[in-house]
Design a protein around this ligand. Structure first.
Ligand SMILES: *Cc1c(COP(=O)(O)O)cnc(C)c1O
Length: 370
């Protein structure tokens, strides 16, 4: 519990206290070096992240959104192309597709996992489809075998949106290493978070990596020899140095989240009116969010009562992306996505969350459901 007696959605204070000296040393190392853009810290983090993820290349960029944009462009996606995306995700997934000049085509979810459903992807394929952009939502892997088979049969590329799932696995492989490219975000609240913005592209493809490296530095492989219109999108050296400290702890933190999720599952087993998250056996869910479902229209009232009791919760996502103003005119109807957005409720979770704090959340939830 925080000092105010309230339970936040996420408590990063435990982590920073534990790593204070190491983080300070890393920051000072960068300040003393005078190398703030690219350089050894960025290279070091890229090497360590590539090794952790089991990929040939990791390319640091300025944000998760830029990682998606640059990965799509590096794979040659652009104007006239269609990219199949879920609508039950953060706006940036679809926004990145629009930013490269392509059209996001929305597919519905599996209501159990909230992840884009392979059958719904297949229905959306046209002669213009070039890519599938699945999102490992809340830290849970999408069905990558099915998605890869669909991509192979239809000659599509796959870009994984791994913003919420650093360290997550599918059949023993790290998420972000299975598609043609994986796009990660280091937004501070993500499982691996920087102390500012940051992102990363993971790929085994040498050409994609080379294109991504070129695009992040104004389309130049060699300074002042710009070949194409790119971006100013580097991973900040300070953030890279901080991320190197934090990367060493990601497995332990994800295990902490998994343990907290297990405890929630036990505590909520006898609470009627909420459905706990589904977890398939062949994946390693890293619980970026612990999201329950409140049926029968009670979600908003439950959330309000929890807020009155000092328990922070969030709704990810209250408006499906296909119904947001920029995309609403396309007229999609996605029943499973629309139902989920009215029923999901994400409870507080962080790696070091204590059982006693979880008990308070569950007690308050039980009261709120009455
Ligand atoms: C956070 C997030 C992004 C964007 O990452 P930024 O680093 O904030 O740009 C993209 N997709 C999903 C699913 C996210 O959760």
């Amino acid at each position: 519990m925080s000092k105010t007696g309230k339970i936040p959605m996420l408590d990063l204070s435990v982590e920073i206290e534990a790593l204070w000296d190491e983080i300070n040393a890393a920051v000072q190392r960068v300040l003393r070096s005078g190398q703030f853009i690219m350089g050894p810290e960025v290279e070091g983090f890229e090497r360590e992240a590539a090794e952790y993820l089991g990929v040939r290349h990791a390319v640091g960029v300025n944000s998760g959104t830029d990682a998606l944009v640059i990965a799509l462009r590096a794979l040659g996606i652009g104007s006239g192309d269609e990219v199949i995306v879920p609508s039950f995700t953060f706006f940036a997934t679809a926004e990145a597709v629009s930013l490269v000049g392509a059209t996001p085509v929305f597919a519905d979810i599996d209501p159990r996992t909230y992840n884009v459903a392979p059958e719904r992807i297949e229905e959306r394929i046209t002669s213009r489809t070039r890519a599938i952009l699945p999102v490992h939502l809340f830290g849970q892997a999408v069905q990558m075998d099915r998605i890869r088979a669909i991509a192979r049969d239809n000659r599509l590329v796959v870009v994984e949106d791994v913003a919420q799932a650093f360290g997550g696995e599918y059949r023993g492989r790290k998420l972000g290493s299975i598609g043609d490219a994986g796009a990660f975000s280091f937004f501070p609240s993500k499982n691996l978070g920087a102390y500012g913005d940051g992102g990363l592209i993971a790929t085994d493809d040498d050409d994609v990596a080379e294109q991504a490296r070129m695009l992040r530095t104004h389309g130049a492989k060699k300074k002042y020899h710009n070949e194409t219109i790119g971006y100013n999108s580097r991973l900040d050296a300070l953030q890279a140095a901080i991320l190197r400290v934090k990367l060493a702890h990601i497995d332990e933190w994800n295990e902490g989240r998994r343990a907290a999720a297990r405890r929630y599952g036990e505590m909520l087993a006898d609470v009627s009116g909420v459905e706990t998250p589904y977890e398939a056996s062949h994946i390693r869910h890293v619980y970026h969010q612990y999201t329950v479902r409140v049926r029968d229209g009670g979600r908003d009232a439950v959330r309000e009562r929890l807020a009155e009791a000092g328990v922070g919760t969030m709704v990810y996502y209250p408006v499906p992306v296909h119904l947001l103003p920029v995309y609403a005119a396309s007229g999609y109807e996605l029943p499973a996505t629309e139902a989920a957005s009215g029923e999901v409720l994400s409870l507080p979770i962080w790696p070091q969350m204590a059982r006693t704090v979880q008990e308070q959340v569950v007690d308050s939830l039980r009261e709120a459901l009455k």
